[in-house]
Design a protein around this ligand. Structure first.
Ligand code: TYD
Ligand code: MG
Length: 436
């Protein structure tokens, strides 16, 4: 092994081969810090032969929807990141999941630097898992945590949270990119060498801004996000990366007095308060790997009093809103330039599929025209020329919309090929100036 000097930005993790007085990536002016990087010059070990009969062992957590997101359960020796806003329920989920694994006779250790044993004990009693046999250690030093996990023969180690872990030799503050990375690297090596499954809990801020979990994503095997409106009960669990399975399974839970409970009928729970008779709302049957989920898409369009009008999107990427507004302006006489625009998916659900375009357009046009779209479901991508692009799973989407009692659905296909036409059929099109 030989080492070379590397320099890293404490703020964003940018690395360079020489020292710089500022970070070219995030413009942090305090300069890069020296870190040493090992370069392997000796053989990496015996090369393995691939075979087709290698089946992956899974450790189910007993939480069906969480296991589904993981691809069947935790994989021994893997590193899993569970990320989410503070207070969303990460510690709760992992205590429940840990109890499930411990219940199958596998030793589970929770290492927490955020809470005392008494606090964790209180939560465990509340969740009814105090007797599941989970062991707990309150420790912030990553090497001490690893030593404890090794001594306890833990098959699953939960680290709560990775932002509070420190590696003694790294001089940086807890939570800094250097510390988070160094601690994660130690824990990753421990997972690979011993076959222990290590679950890292990571906090992200509402806009996902914090550098910690983002810089970790490429280091771990599985990235799971826990999302939801903190002031409402629903929680969504989804993987954005999974080396051992698909990433299209969304788990839906409610946060109750006794922890996270599976939701029998997520569509019903998501659209329970929907009012078809008011302008600015429409339902969207979105798909995960197994099923269609009905979500409510809302829009509010109001005259802007600002120099540059406001655009706000919750549960939808803001770039999709910007693009759709431009298409509406150009092809449906939207004239949104003078209006503040807010769109939101109710319940804290994050929509990632492009089929959100049409329902978003209907909700926007409905609010703009002050006309309700009524008992309507819509889906479909909108292209830059105002054309509607078909989305997969139309049958499943329609079945779900009908099951929840919607009168009408609008989707690309058949005669429905243009955005303007769809808005007219929905009854929310704006009469063009001078046209009528
Ligand atoms: P927590 O798991 O501590 O969140 P995180 O680890 O992501 O910061 O839980 C957050 C909130 O959930 C907490 O404010 C209280 C609430 N909660 C319940 O409603 N029911 C429960 O059974 C538990 C344990 C927590
Ligand atoms: Mg916590």
């Amino acid at each position: 092994m030989r080492t070379t000097a590397r320099f890293r930005c404490e703020e964003c993790g940018f690395e360079a081969g020489r020292w710089l007085g500022f970070c070219p990536q995030c413009r942090n002016g305090s300069g890069l810090t020296e870190v040493s990087a090992a370069v392997a010059t000796s053989p990496a070990g015996r090369p393995a032969t691939l075979s087709s009969n290698g089946t992956l062992i899974r450790m189910p957590t007993g939480i069906e929807d969480f296991d589904g997101v993981l691809g069947g359960g935790l994989v021994p020796g893997s590193l899993v990141l569970v990320a989410g806003e503070p207070g969303v329920g990460k510690s709760t989920l992992l205590l429940q999941a840990g109890a499930g694994v411990a219940g199958t006779g596998r030793p589970v250790l929770i290492a927490s630097a955020e809470e005392s044993v008494a606090q964790i004990g209180l939560r465990a009693r509340r969740l009814g898992v105090a007797d599941a046999g989970i062991r707990v250690v309150c420790e912030a030093d990553a090497d001490a945590v690893i030593a404890t996990a090794a001594e306890a023969d833990a098959e699953v180690l939960v680290v709560d949270s990775i932002q509070t872990m420190v590696v003694a030799e790294v001089g940086a503050a807890p939570g800094s990119v250097s510390q988070v990375r160094a601690a994660a690297a130690r824990l990753a090596a421990f997972a690979k060498h011993t076959g222990t499954t290590v679950v890292l809990i990571g906090h992200v801020t509402k806009d996902g801004a914090i550098a910690g979990p983002k810089t970790l994503e490429h280091m771990v095997d599985v990235v799971v996000y826990l999302e939801g409106d903190l002031d409402r009960g629903l929680r969504f669990v989804r993987a954005t990366k999974n080396r051992f399975g698909a990433i299209d399974h969304v788990g839906v839970f409610t946060m109750e007095e006794r922890g996270l409970l599976p939701v029998e009928d997520p569509s019903e729970a998501l659209v329970g308060e929907w009012q078809a008779s008011v302008p600015g709302t429409v339902l969207f049957p979105t798909l995960d790997g197994r099923r269609a989920l009905l979500v409510e898409v809302q829009a509010l369009v109001v005259p802007s009093i600002h120099g540059s009008p406001r655009r706000s999107a919750k549960g939808i990427p803001i770039a999709r809103l910007h693009q759709l507004l431009a298409v509406l302006d150009r092809h449906a006489g939207g004239d949104f330039g003078r209006f503040d625009v807010y769109v939101s998916v109710v319940g804290g659900f994050q929509v990632v599929e492009p089929a959100i375009d049409l329902p978003m357009a209907v909700a926007l046009a409905s609010s703009r025209a002050d006309r309700p779209a009524g008992s309507l479901g819509a889906w479909g991508e909108v292209g830059l020329t105002g054309e509607l692009r078909s989305a997969h799973g139309s049958e499943r989407r329609e079945t779900e919309a009908r099951r929840l009692g919607l009168d009408r659905v609008i989707a690309p296909g058949g005669g429905m090929r243009r955005l303007e036409h769809a808005l007219t059929v929905a009854g929310v099109a704006r009469e063009r100036r001078g046209a009528r």
